[in-house]
Write a protein that binds this ligand. Structure first.
Ligand code: NAD
Length: 501
C-alpha cells in the first residue's frame, strides 16, 4: 500500500484531514511512492494558530538561547545527512552527491544563523539632543510563511527558517507538494534539537493552502521561491494584504565566453552549470553567449562529445551524472521546447529527446541537449526551460553580448569567462543582474552573503539569507529617550545622593 505523508504541526506529525491527496512519484521509475495530504483552508488556519501561539514565548527567548537549538540542529543534520540525501533523491531524482551538496549548502545557512545574535545588535547614539539619547533595535516580524519549489527541497527552505527563527519569528513552511518528505523530516530533527512546539511547522498543500497564507491576517511576512508566474501572484496578493513579501523567481542565466577565455575551463564550467541537476537549478547556465564565430566553433567542438557522453540514470546508480527531471509534464514540456527550437531554425547539435534507459522506460529522463545558432527571438532563448538544454548564441562583439544579458527579462545570475580584467570589471559593473560570476559559472553567494536576482527574477526589496535575511525577518524600532536631569555633576536623581550604596 502507498504510504501517506503527514504535516508537521506544533511539534508533531499530524495526519491530513481534508481528504485531498497528491501523488508523489519516483521520477526515475514513474511509480507513485507516497501520497501527500493537501491541506484545507481550515487546516492551514490551525497551523497558523499554532505558530501565532508560539510567537510571544519564542520572540522573548534570548537570542543566544534561540541559537543553542540551531547549534544542535546543525549536529543532527550532519549526523543524518545520508538518510536525508536518500529521502531527497528518492522524490526529486537528483544524484546522491547533488543531494548531499544541497544539504551542505543548507547547513551553511544554519551555521550563519547560529551567529545571528551578533547581527541583531542595535545602534546607540548619546546626546542626539540636549539630554536626549537614541537607540535602534531589531525585533522579529512575527509569523512568517515560506513557500518553496521542488528543485531544492531541503536547501531552499533552509535559506529561510534558520534565519527567521534565529531572529525570533515563528515559521509555517509550505514545501513543494512534489517532494515534501525531506522538509518534514528536518522539521522533526529541529524539534529533537529542542525547538519549542509551534516555532517551525510544515503544512503540505497546493494553491488552496497558499491562498490562506497570503491572506490570513496573522501572517506577517512571506518568503517565496519558485516560478515567476506564481511569484508575481504571491507578491501582489501578499502585499495587497499588508504583508512583507520577498519572491525569488525564474531565471535564464547567461555565460559570456570571450575569445581569450580558457576554453577547457569554460567547457567544464558549462557541463556542470548547464547539465548538473538536469538543468533544474535557478542558477543553471542555459545560454552560452560566444563572442566571435571562432570562439563558438571551438566551444561547440569541445562541448558536443561531452554532452553526448553524459551518463544519465537513476540516483541509485553511483555512475549516474544526471538524474531524471521531476515529472512527466516537465519531461514533455522540455521536449516540446526542443522541438520548437528545431522548428525555429536553431541547430540541434546533441539531441537528448529520445533517450531510453533499460529498466527505467517510464522514468522522466531527458538526455543532454545542445543547441547552436540560437537567436533571441526563439522560445528556447526567451523562456526558462528548466531542463538539460544549453543554447549557444553567437555574438559579434562584447557589447552585443552584454546587451543580450541586460535585455533579457530575467536577471538572476550571469557569468563571464575571460582572462581580460578590464572586460570582467566592466561586465561586473554594467550587467543588470543580481549575482555575477567571473570565471565562476554558478555564482551562488555563500550563506553569510545574500542570494537574489534583479528584474523579473525577484519581486520585493530583500535578497535572502545573510544580512538581507536578517533585515527581512526583523523590524527596526528606534527609541528616543530624555532624562531631564542631564549628565552633569550635582544633577538631581530620584534617590537621595549619598545613600545610593
Ligand atoms: P512553482 O512556482 O510551480 O512552485 C513553487 C511553490 O508555489 C510550490 O510550493 C507550489 O506548491 C506553489 N504553487 C504552485 N502553483 C501555485 C498557485 N497557482 N498558487 C499558489 N501557489 C502555487 O515552482 P517549481 O516548479 O516548484 O520550481 C521551479 C521554479 O522555481 C523555477 O522557475 C526556478 O527558476 C524557480 N526557482 C528560483 C529560485 C531563486 O532563488 N530565484 C530558486 C529555486 C527555484
Amino acid at each position: 500500500m502507498t504510504k501517506t505523508l503527514n504535516h508537521f504541526i506544533d511539534g508533531k506529525r499530524v495526519e491530513g484531514k481534508s481528504g485531498r491527496l497528491g501523488d508523489v512519484f519516483n521520477p526515475a521509475t514513474g511509480d507513485v511512492t507516497a501520497q501527500v495530504p493537501l491541506a484545507s483552508a481550515d487546516e492551514v488556519r490551525a497551523v497558523i494558530a499554532a505558530a501565532a501561539a508560539a510567537l510571544p514565548g519564542w520572540a522573548a527567548t534570548p537570542p543566544a538561547r534561540r541559537t543553542q537549538v540551531l547549534f544542535k540542529l546543525r549536529e543532527l543534520l550532519i549526523e543524518h545527512t545520508d538518510e536525508l540525501a536518500e529521502l531527497l533523491s528518492s522524490e526529486h531524482g537528483k544524484t546522491l552527491p547533488d543531494a548531499r551538496g544541497e544539504l551542505g549548502r543548507g547547513i551553511e545557512v544554519v551555521e550563519f544563523a547560529c551567529g545571528i545574535p551578533q547581527a541583531l545588535k542595535g545602534e546607540y547614539s548619546e546626546n542626539v539632543g540636549s539630554n536626549v539619547d537614541s537607540y535602534t533595535i531589531r525585533q522579529p516580524v512575527g509569523v512568517v510563511a515560506g513557500i518553496t519549489p521542488f528543485n531544492f527541497p531541503a536547501m531552499v527552505p533552509m535559506w529561510m527558517y534558520p534565519v527567521a527563527i534565529a531572529c525570533g519569528n515563528t515559521f509555517v513552511l509550505k514545501p513543494s507538494e512534489r517532494d515534501p518528505s525531506v522538509a518534514i523530516r528536518i522539521a522533526e530533527l529541529a524539534s529533537e534539537a529542542g525547538l519549542p512546539d509551534g516555532v517551525l511547522n510544515v503544512v503540505n498543500g497546493d494553491k488552496e493552502a497558499v491562498d490562506v497564507l497570503l491572506t490570513d491576517e496573522r501572517i506577517d511576512a512571506i518568503s517565496f521561491v519558485g516560478s515567476t508566474q506564481i511569484g508575481e501572484y504571491i507578491y501582489k496578493t501578499g502585499c495587497a494584504h499588508g504583508k512583507r513579501v520577498q519572491a525569488l523567481c525564474g531565471a535564464k542565466n547567461h555565460m559570456i565566453v570571450l575569445p581569450d577565455a580558457d576554453m577547457d575551463q569554460a567547457t567544464d564550467a558549462l557541463m556542470g552549470a548547464g547539465y548538473g541537476s538536469a538543468g533544474e537549478r535557478c542558477m543553471a547556465i542555459s545560454v552560452a553567449v560566444c563572442v566571435g564565430d571562432e570562439t563558438a566553433d571551438t566551444l561547440i567542438g569541445k562541448l558536443a562529445p561531452q554532452v553526448q557522453a553524459l551518463k544519465v540514470g537513476p540516483y541509485t546508480d553511483e555512475e549516474s551524472e544526471m538524474g531524471p527531471v521531476i515529472s512527466r509534464d516537465s519531461q514533455d514540456r522540455i521536449k516540446d521546447y526542443v522541438d520548437a527550437g528545431v522548428a525555429a531554425g536553431a541547430e540541434l547539435v546533441v539531441d537528448g529527446r529520445d533517450i531510453s534507459l533499460q529498466g527505467y522506460e517510464n522514468g522522466y529522463f531527458v538526455g543532454g541537449c545542445l543547441f547552436d545558432k540560437v537567436t533571441p527571438d526563439m522560445s528556447i532563448y526567451t523562456d526558462e526551460i528548466f531542463g538539460p538544454v544549453l543554447c549557444v548564441v553567437r555574438a559579434g562583439d562584447y557589447d552585443t553580448a552584454l546587451g543580450l544579458v541586460n535585455d533579457h527579462e530575467y536577471g538572476n545570475g550571469a557569468a563571464i569567462f575571460t582572462r581580460d580584467g578590464d572586460a570582467a570589471r566592466d561586465f561586473a559593473s554594467r550587467a543588470k543582474i543580481g549575482m555575477i560570476g567571473i570565471n565562476v559559472p554558478i555564482p551562488v553567494p555563500v550563506a553569510y552573503h545574500s542570494f537574489g536576482g534583479w528584474k523579473r527574477s525577484l519581486f520585493g526589496d530583500h535578497h535572502i539569507h545573510g544580512m538581507e535575511g536578517v533585515r527581512f525577518y526583523t523590524r527596526l524600532k528606534t527609541m528616543t529617550t530624555r532624562w531631564p536631569s542631564g549628565i552633569r555633576e550635582g544633577a538631581e536623581f530620584n534617590f537621595k545622593r549619598g545613600s545610593d550604596h
